[in-house]
Design a protein around this ligand. Sequence first.
Ligand code: FAD
Length: 476
Amino acid sequence: MNYDYVIVGGGAIGLAIAYRLKKSHEERSVLVLNSNETGTASLASGAMLGCFGEVTKYTLKNEAGKKKFDLMYAAHKQWASWREEVEASAQQSIRHTPGSYVILNTHGGSLDDENFDAMVQALVNYEEPYEYVAPKDIPGLHPNNLARPLRAIYLPNEGSIESNQYVEVLRVACRNIGITLTDIHSLGAIERRGNDYVVTIDDETNITTSSVIIATGAYTSSVLAKVTPTVGAMPVLAGNGVAAVTKRQLGEGFKATVRTANRAGSCGLHIVPMSDGCEYIGATNVLYSEPEARMTVGLSHFLSQCAIEQLDLNIYHSFVQTWRTGNRPVSLDTLPLIGKIDDLGLYVATGTYRDGLHCSPVIADALVAVIDEREAPLIESFNPQRTFTELMSKEVSMDEYAMQAVSGAYENWYRPAYYMNDDEVYKSARQKAADIYDQLQINVGLHPDILLLLSSDDSAIERVREYLLINEVQAT
Ligand SMILES: Cc1cc2nc3c(=O)[nH]c(=O)nc-3n(C[C@H](O)[C@H](O)[C@H](O)COP(=O)(O)OP(=O)(O)OC[C@H]3O[C@@H](n4cnc5c(N)ncnc54)[C@H](O)[C@@H]3O)c2cc1C
């Protein structure tokens, strides 16, 4: 079997790339291979189409952060036309709810105030529309009085889609324009033979192609291990998230997305209105070395309690339609990995972490530009062959880790005695971070979310240290 392009992975990223490739090269053949893993990211997301709502105080602080924001901002500008294009190809509508409210409430620490301010500043700098609203005027929002929002803004140009329905519409659009979508049981070797790659599926079928695009999300490290000759790339970890789809029984319900800013390692507590009186409540984030399809009792309890207390007490009565668990693809430096992995026709598009579904249209455009040997400035900095990018120094990373622990403690109903302040939580978390750095013996700052993984997985410390040393990231 021969195809011009083979895309491994049929999530939001793989499908968007397939769609854009075929639209750009109608005469060429495109095959998407998908193994339908449990715990994939796209199907676990809400999904918010968040750009400014994702901003924290670090987003625009350094060049790498700004480059990532450029990608988000380009997606922000492109979503309406992307939606129309996909809808036209599929002859179906994508369910979309415009507008997002971002709230700052009392269930966090001082870091949340700083992140909220940074988001407003970014809106001002980019001359993006927003308005302050009285929290009591946000339809559906009825939190516990102890979790009353202090401030809230409305972002008319953000909003949400229903991720599962979107992926289904995108699949139809892909089929309608002539892409072959194939479900597979297992992926074998991806082997370089002469001028081509040969991809083996289901133990026996060989597919020959000149271009393989790997878009397998949090599963990417294990897929890259199947490539011969061996290729190297930064490890891709799994940001496991728990979410729920609920059916409302009491109360008016939410008319637009309502979210907090990103906090305590998570993507912010959020609720996304869906069709048929359903709502999506998301999402937790705990990093693992490998994708994890299960969820813990603790995190499902935590998410439910946060939603009831901070968003709407009536959610207590909602029926759970389904729990969703998925794994965000997270590179070791938390930045995307998109582009060529060799000069022989092998490409990767992953590492999208919290907002990959939203960024998928521009990632697709940019990767197709790279495949066609055109300029793709939006993804230049995210080449998968690059080495580790330090987003913050060790000192800042330890401080941020500790500040997030404080926010997390308050979200977990921490109440210090009046003479204690936040110091106890802050100091013990900072010490934990310092201990991790002592074990690592590497003079480079890691993202606090990576420290969170290392705080509970000693074997990951060894693997991270080894990777950074082999790649000559400075050792102490
Ligand atoms: C709980 C949660 C909430 C989120 N909320 C949002 C949000 O509101 N907005 C947003 O923009 N983003 C959100 N994200 C992030 C977003 O979902 C991801 O960044 C994005 O969907 C990643 O897409 P992907 O296609 O790379 O990965 P995935 O969706 O994980 O898709 C990977 C695909 O590869 C396939 N695959 C894996 N291994 C193989 C193999 N060996 N062979 C063949 N196929 C294989 C899988 O079956 C899967 O279909 C959220 C993520 C989670 C987990």
